[in-house]
Design a protein around this ligand. Structure first.
Ligand code: HEM
Length: 533
């Protein structure tokens, strides 16, 4: 108490921190915010011609309320805005949202057209030095290029023997649960598989989760703890540094937060330091590892700092685990609830696979039309990143031309808007994937929509599948993800699904409800749970 009195007394006695000055500063801040809001909705603002609710155009308050306070619920509000205002709406003072898949290639462009990420969106990421969170187009290219080459189709083919091994290990471990009364959460099980795969590739040492007796611990909890902070950090980026500084009193923090800080602040940087010292000591691994090669690459030294590479590793490890395991869980649910789909898939695989313990290569599996269709449909209904991700065209204005049929109106009206350079414009996968004109009966799992009349792959719809995003900032891990999913799905279908039964799982356990960057189901859902009989 005496200490507090002294400190407060000292602060109060600082000449600039008088109560009068504090009131003056607070008033100044409020006036500034009001003037900003007025400017945002004035006809002089470059986005003034974009339709949308006035409050969202004036301030970030609606987004803050629905995403940060009500947690991840702005996407649904944006969906309603589109019903009222059309395919292009202004969702905050600096960002436009588009709900027309025909505009995908303009927003998520390739071919040298520069696309920044809006600062507001990247500031939500705790991995601020990763290329994922790098706003500037050119800087992003420098950071992404040396890493992305490890995920080309050729490189993944070299990794395939290891992935085949892990696939069989996953099936063996699931089958070892046979007869146990204890349900398995499939996302947790599949996450052990995907995190073993990506950790092995990144550092030459897998987390070893599949080799353990139980499904816990796994990497799922650190990833979800990481994602839980996205909306709060987006509005209060300074909290990132406060949170990281709290490693001093980690033992007193809530379990999730402690796990997050331990993972980001200790475990991953230690892994980078270990890789560095192995290189310094001249130790050569049998297989090249992603971070070993990055450290040896000609990236400038500032890009090879432990702190930066640790952010990169956290982004690759988290990007590479839950997305794949969630997609596989969604597919598992739909296959187990639709026996006719499962039996078509099984039939196709039985012809193509002689021995499910020794699968054909991914390049052969991906030619199987029904397996491919099941995968596409699973990706569509698992969304990848469900919340909106925007891009900023820095060198050209984007011109949107489309048609829109207002609710209750008989006639389609023509819509044209110029989105000025320098402002964010994005889409939400979860809205595009339920566009009924592209995907009729969009909530149903129908692999046949991806097949033509001859039951061969129909690639026309692929253009509208945004699960891996598009353009220069699309998912670099797509080949790894597809390889893992083809192998896992083939082996699970032939070896495990005949023994797998859903346990207290309904559609609510896979159906999108809100976002945490990735899709989340209704609060209280326990995920897709199964028994092995
Ligand atoms: C089904 C599996 C996956 C899906 C659906 C998926 C989806 C996505 C999406 C939508 C983005 C763009 C995010 C944005 O616009 O901000 C992205 C980026 C990214 N993904 Fe994936 N991903 C998957 C698997 C993986 C894997 C296996 C890795 C591991 C290498 C990975 C690593 C990354 C990274 C590092 C980025 C940032 C790219 C950039 O900003 O340039 N992802 N992913």
């Amino acid at each position: 108490m005496a200490f507090e009195n002294t400190v407060l007394g000292t602060v109060a006695s600082l000449p600039i921190l008088t109560s009068r000055n504090i009131v003056f500063l607070a008033c100044g801040w409020i006036v500034y915010k009001l003037l900003r809001a007025l400017w945002n909705i004035s006809p002089f603002h470059p986005l003034s011609h974009i339709p949308g609710p006035k409050l969202a155009a004036a301030t970030y308050l609606p987004e803050f309320w629905y995403d940060a306070v009500k947690f991840g619920r702005y996407t649904r509000v944006i969906e309603k805005m589109h019903e009222v205002y059309g395919p292009i709406v202004r969702v905050n003072p600096d960002e436009v949202h588009c709900n027309d898949a025909q505009f995908v290639d303009e927003i998520y462009a390739v071919g040298g057209r520069k696309r920044d990420k809006p600062l507001h969106q990247v500031s939500g990421s705790a991995m601020e030095h990763s290329f994922f969170a790098t706003p500037d187009h050119d800087h992003h290219r420098i950071r992404r290029a040396p890493l992305a080459k490890f995920f080309s189709k050729n490189q993944i083919a070299k990794l395939e023997p290891q992935l085949q091994l892990l696939t069989q290990r996953l099936c063996d471990k699931l089958l070892a649960w046979s007869g146990k009364d204890e349900p398995i959460n499939t996302q947790m099980a599949y996450s052990c598989f995907t995190s073993d795969a990506i950790s092995d590739y990144c550092f030459g040492e897998s987390f070893g989760f599949l080799a353990r007796e139980s499904w816990e611990p796994n990497f799922r909890e650190p990833v979800y703890s990481l994602l839980q902070t996205v909306y709060i950090f987006r509005f209060f980026p300074f909290l990132k540094h406060t949170a990281m500084a709290s490693s001093w009193f980690i033992n007193y923090l809530p379990k999730d937060m402690a796990l997050l800080i331990r993972t980001l602040d200790t475990n991953i940087p230690n892994q980078i330091r270990k890789t560095k010292s192995e290189i310094d000591a001249g130790i050569v691994r049998d297989r090249p590892t992603v971070f070993g090669e990055l450290l040896k690459s000609d990236l400038p030294p500032s890009e090879k700092r432990t702190e930066r590479l640790a952010d990169e590793a956290a982004s690759v490890l988290s990007g590479g685990t839950e997305t794949v395991s969630w997609t596989l869980s969604v597919i598992t649910y739909h296959l187990l609830t639709q026996p006719e789909v499962l039996s078509k898939l099984t039939e196709e695989l039985r012809v193509a696979v002689e021995d499910p313990r020794s699968l054909p290569p991914w390049t052969a599996l991906e030619q199987l039309p029904y397996l491919w269709a099941v995968m596409q449909e699973g990706l569509r209904l698992s969304y990848g990143v469900s919340s909106r991700t925007a891009r900023v065209a820095t060198e050209e204005d984007l011109v949107y031309r489309g048609e829109w049929r207002p609710a209750g109106g008989d006639e389609a009206v023509k819509v044209e808007h110029v989105i000025p350079r320098g402002y964010g414009v994005g889409m939400s996968t979860v809205l595009i994937h339920h566009d009924e004109t592209l995907f009729p009966d969009s909530h149903a799992f129908v692999p046949e929509r991806w097949l033509d009349d001859n039951m061969q792959q129909n690639r026309k719809l692929e253009r509208y599948l945004l699960s891996f995003s598009k353009g220069s900032r699309n998912c670099p891990g797509m080949n790894l993800a597809l390889c893992e999913m083809h192998l896992a799905l083939a082996a699970l279908t032939l070896r495990v699904f005949p023994h797998m039964r859903l346990f207290e799982t309904t559609e609510d356990d896979v159906k999108y409800d809100h976002d945490m960057f990735v899709p989340l189901t209704k609060d209280g859902s326990k995920g897709v749970r199964v028994l092995i009989v």
